[in-house]
Design a protein around this ligand. Structure first.
Ligand SMILES: [Zn+2]
Length: 82
């Protein structure tokens, strides 16, 4: 599995291989923003790319989902939220 990180205005690092390129853009395909750094999210690392905020949101969603569906918490449906 390949991982590529693109740093805006600097270049990219793909599987530890550094490539300096000042024309590099760091565009997040999830929130459609140009940011400082993005990382590939597919096995071939040819895009889409995601920014730190989008990755963080997904990590938090994992944490919440595992918490909500933890054993002993009862059935998730029918639960009153808020
Ligand atoms: Zn994003």
């Amino acid at each position: 599995m390949a991982i590529e990180v693109r740093v805006a205005g600097r270049g990219n690092v793909r599987d530890g291989q550094k490539k300096v390129d000042a024309s590099t853009k760091a565009h997040c395909d999830l929130c459609a923003s140009d940011v400082d750094v993005v990382v590939s999210v597919t096995p071939d690392a040819n895009g889409p790319f995601a920014c730190k905020a989008c990755m963080r949101m997904r990590l938090e969603a994992i944490t919440v989902a595992v918490y909500e569906l933890r054993e002993g918490s009862g059935l998730p449906w029918g639960k009153v939220s808020g």
